[in-house]
Design a protein around this ligand. Sequence first.
Ligand SMILES: [Mg+2]
Length: 174
Amino acid sequence: MMRWFRPDRYFSSVYDIDFEAEYGTGFRGLIFDIDNTLVPQNAPIDDRARDFLKDLHRIGFQVTLVSNNGIERVEEFSRGTDALWVHNAAKPSRKAYRRAMSLMHTDTENTLFIGDQVLTDIFGARRAHVPNILVDPLDPETDTKLIRFKRALEKLFHRPPKSRPKKASFRKKA
Ligand SMILES: [Mg+2]
């Protein structure tokens, strides 16, 4: 049961991930949560997020923003960045993840999801079988009361240590 809430990998920030390396391993489509993943909760798009999204396109990725927020919020982020979007996503529903993949013509083999909440973002990605990365919220002070409550629940699920090289062996030492 716990596996549904366990991210594949963890980074402290979306801006710390080496996306050229991710492209190198075969990922072609990226799905991002917006609030507290790309910018603080309800903050307008900033230069860092805009340049970041443009750089991803330059690398060769397709990008879809999937948000439980309304259309104005996601449109603001797609304007000038060429990012595709799914609004009112109702994460952890699987639908929005599937819609994002169909928009990008990608699949669960070459799509990567990145978000800051375990109970919505990661749970949804797991249910849709999309490889996923959990990041720390950019600014936890901007969390709404509901999100704070969910984060308190998330603490029940231990956050894994930073991802290790794949060669790490789980075999017991003799
Ligand atoms: Mg978020």
